[in-house]
Write a protein that binds this ligand. Structure first.
Ligand SMILES: [Zn+2]
Ligand SMILES: [Zn+2]
Length: 184
């Protein structure tokens, strides 16, 4: 694999978090939504289960989306630095559960949004360092604004992982081809 495993996971998680607000539907409109997200993407450390915690995660979500919409690398770097500062990030090595020594940047008792933010930032900073921010895109489907992380070698991924956009586009292209043939 081209990117470190940690980076891939961090970026997939941030995209999934951003895409919890999709086409006007907010999967994090209540606490149960956040709990469901945490089942899909478990974060080690403390989860309070409070509404304040939910509000912080939703705020973070907006900030993470702004990395996708950043026009320039400098702008993305500034946002990432802000997220790291907000999270009071301090790198240290950790070994827990089944994992060997790896990098953590927040303590397990830091607020959930800070831990998620710091992890996301670690993924983004790899892309910024490698001048690879064009791997962060918006879904190519006309009616979808979901975010996409493309870590494929040939940068060929165009559709989000949340909806069924890739399939829908294929079906539409197939129908268009068929219609074109019928007319000819
Ligand atoms: Zn860990
Ligand atoms: Zn999509």
């Amino acid at each position: 694999m081209y990117f470190a495993h940690d980076t891939e996971i961090a970026l997939a998680e941030s995209a999934a978090l951003v895409n919890t607000l999709s086409d006007g539907v907010d999967a994090l409109s209540d606490r149960a939504g956040l709990d469901a997200f945490l089942v899909r993407f478990p974060f080690s450390g403390q989860v309070l289960g409070t509404d304040a915690e939910l509000a912080e995660v939703r705020q973070l979500r907006a900030k993470l989306r702004s990395v996708w919409s950043a026009d320039e690398r400098d702008e993305a770097a500034a946002i990432v630095n802000e997220v790291l500062a907000d999270a009071d990030a301090r790198p240290y090595l950790s070994k827990h559960d089944e994992y060997d020594w790896h990098l953590h940047v927040t303590r397990p008792d830091a607020p959930l949004a800070q831990r998620i933010g710091a992890e996301a930032a670690m993924g983004f900073l790899d892309l910024i360092r490698a001048d690879d921010l064009d791997r962060l895109r918006i879904c190519a489907a006309d009616d979808c604004e979901d975010v996409v992380v493309d870590l494929s070698r040939n940068k060929s991924k165009r559709y989000c992982a949340t909806g069924n956009c890739g399939n829908r586009a294929n079906v539409a292209a197939y129908r268009a081809r068929k219609a074109g043939r019928a007319e000819a």
